[in-house]
Design a protein around this ligand. Structure first.
Ligand code: YNC
Ligand code: MG
Length: 419
C-alpha cells in the first residue's frame, strides 16, 4: 500500500473510473495555503537553489549524476548535464521557489532536490496552468527514510503559493495512478559500442557485421535537398503555429507561447556558429537539436522536428564511461495532413512524411556522434518505429497528473517527457 500517495489528491489504484474531467481538490486562496515550510528531520535544512549561480547549478548536476535514475539492473544512470538542467529548469516564467534543495545543516552539502516548472496543459478539452515536476532525487545514503514525501509536499506548497493546483510528472515506477504508460524504443547507431557495453547483443542467428550493416544510416538527410535546415529565430512564429495545429491531434499536450517555443527549441543549443544552411555537426555543449523544412518554392515552414542529448553514465565498464543518447522531442508537419483527400489517405501520407522526418533525425544524430536514438510510444511515434528499425526496450515511463481526474489516455504526447 501507499502510505503517502493514499493521502494525496490523485486517483487511487483500482478506484472506479470517472466520470467527468476535473480537479479532485478545489484550489485555495493564497492566505489559506500553509505559510511555513514542512519540517525536515533534524540536521537538514531547506535551500532554494539559484540556478543562475554556476556553483549551485553544479551542485544539482553533481547530486543527480551520482544519485539519479538508473535502469533496472544498475548498468546505466542518467547524466543530465549542467547545460541541460539550465535549459529544462528555466523556461519562460519559471519560479526560483520551485527549485528546491535539501542540505545537511552542518556542512551545507546538497543531498536532495525536486523541481517544478510552469506549463500550460490541455487534457482532452480542458486547458489549465500546471507545474511539471521533475528531478526528484534523494542521495543514496538517505534512501527509504520518507524524505521523498516531504519534498513532494514542499514543492506542492510552493506551487499552491503561486496559485497552481495541478501538476504533471513522469516516473518509471508505478504509483497511483498513471494516466498513460509509454514504452521506450531504441534505435542503435553505434552498434560495436552498444554491444561492448551490453546495451544490446548479437542474437544467435546474427553476426556483428550483419548488425552493423543493418543499422547503417545514410550519410546525408533525405530532405537535405528539399529545404531541411537548422531552425533559426525567424522560424519561431511559424513553428509555434505548426506545433499548435499538430498537437490538436492528441489528448494531453502542452500549449506553448511563442516565447516558450523559442526556449524549448532554440535555447540550450550551445555555442558557436555552424555553416549557414548546413544540417551537420554539433556545437559545444549542445543540448537540443531543432530542424525545419522550408518549402523551396513557397518558403513556408512545412515541418519541424527536434531531439535532445541526454547521456547516461555506463556504471561498470572498463572502456566506456558515457552512453551518448539522443531522445526524440517534439515534431510537427502539415504535409501529411494537408494532402489528405480522405482520412485514410491522410494517415498514409502522414506516416510516410514522419518516416522521412524522423529518419533524417537519425542521420543527423548519427553524424553528430550519438550512440543510440531513443523514442517513446507517444504522439505518432508508433507508426514509424518499426520501419526505422527501433527495437522495444524494457523501460516504461508512466505519466501522472496531480489533482486532475480524467479517464486513461491512449495517444498522449511528450508533455513532461524529458526523462
Ligand atoms: C517517484 N519517482 O511510492 P508511498 S521521477 C513519486 N515519484 O510513497 P522515501 C515516489 N513518488 O508509496 P526514497 C517516487 N519514488 O509509501 C518513490 N516515491 O505512498 C514514493 N531515486 O519515500 C513511494 N527519481 O523517501 C513512497 O523513498 C515514498 O528514499 C517513499 O526516495 C524516492 O522526478 C526517490 O528515481 C525517488 O532519488 C527520491 O529513490 C529516490 O527511495 C531517488 O522513503 C533515484 O515516495 C532517482 C529517481 C525520481 C524520478 C520524478 C518525478 C517526481 C514526481 C513527484 C510527485 C509530484 C507530485 C506533484 C507535486 C506538485 C503538485 C502541485 C500543484
Ligand atoms: Mg528517504
Amino acid at each position: 500500500d501507499h502510505k503517502f500517495w493514499a493521502t494525496q489528491p490523485v486517483p487511487q489504484l483500482g478506484e472506479e473510473g470517472p466520470t467527468d474531467d476535473g480537479y479532485i481538490e478545489a484550489s485555495k486562496p493564497r492566505e489559506e495555503v500553509r505559510q511555513d515550510p514542512y519540517p525536515l528531520p533534524k540536521d537538514f535544512q531547506w535551500s532554494t537553489i539559484d540556478l543562475n549561480d554556476p556553483n549551485q547549478l553544479k551542485e544539482v548536476y553533481e547530486l543527480l549524476s551520482l544519485n539519479y535514475v538508473e535502469d533496472h539492473d544498475a548498468s546505466f544512470r542518467f547524466r543530465y548535464t549542467a547545460e541541460f538542467l539550465d535549459w529544462a529548469l528555466k523556461p519562460p516564467g519559471y519560479h526560483k521557489e520551485w527549485h528546491i534543495g535539501v542540505r545537511v545543516a552542518s556542512n551545507k552539502k546538497l543531498v536532495a532536490f525536486i523541481s517544478g516548472v510552469p506549463i500550460t496543459l490541455r487534457v482532452r478539452n480542458k486547458t489549465f496552468g500546471a507545474s511539471e515536476i521533475n528531478y526528484l532525487c534523494v542521495h543514496k545514503k538517505l534512501r527509504s527514510k520518507r524524505l521523498a514525501p516531504v519534498l513532494i509536499k514542499e514543492v506542492t506548497r510552493q506551487c499552491h503559493l503561486m496559485g497552481i493546483f495541478q501538476a504533471i510528472y513522469t516516473a518509471g515506477v508505478l504509483l497511483p495512478t498513471p494516466v498513460s504508460t509509454c514504452r521506450y524504443f531504441h534505435r542503435s547507431l553505434n552498434v560495436p559500442k552498444l554491444i561492448d557495453i551490453k546495451f544490446t547483443y548479437v542474437p544467435r542467428n546474427q553476426t556483428l557485421a550483419r548488425m552493423i550493416r543493418l543499422n547503417k544510416v545514410a550519410s546525408i538527410p533525405h530532405l537535405a535537398q528539399h529545404g531541411l535546415r537548422e531552425m533559426e529565430d525567424k522560424d519561431i512564429p511559424e513553428v509555434a503555429e505548426l506545433f499548435g495545429k499538430y498537437m490538436e491531434r492528441f489528448d494531453m499536450v502542452p500549449l506553448m507561447s511563442v516565447d516558450e517555443v523559442r526556449h524549448q527549441f532554440l535555447s540550450g543549443i550551445g555555442e558557436g556558429e555552424r555553416v549557414k544552411g548546413s544540417w551537420k555537426g554539433r556545437r559545444e555543449k549542445q543540448v537540443v537539436w531543432s530542424y525545419v523544412v522550408e518549402d523551396p518554392q513557397t518558403h513556408k515552414i512545412t515541418d519541424f522536428f527536434s531531439f535532445y542529448s541526454l547521456p547516461s553514465t555506463i556504471i561498470h565498464d572498463p572502456k566506456h564511461n558515457l552512453l551518448e543518447a539522443a531522445y526524440l522531442f517534439y515534431y510537427a508537419t502539415d504535409v501529411g495532413l494537408r494532402t489528405a483527400g480522405n482520412l485514410d489517405e491522410g494517415e498514409v501520407n502522414l506516416k510516410l512524411r514522419l518516416g522521412e522526418l524522423i529518419g533524417d533525425a537519425l542521420i543527423i544524430a548519427a553524424e553528430a556522434g550519438f550512440d543510440v536514438f531513443n523514442a517513446l510510444t507517444l504522439m505518432d511515434n508508433v507508426s514509424v518505429l518499426q520501419d526505422l528499425k527501433f527495437g522495444g526496450g524494457d523501460g516504461l515511463l508512466n505519466f501522472y497528473l496531480y489533482n486532475w481526474r480524467t479517464s486513461p489516455l491512449a495517444g498522449v504526447t511528450g508533455a513532461g517527457d524529458r526523462d
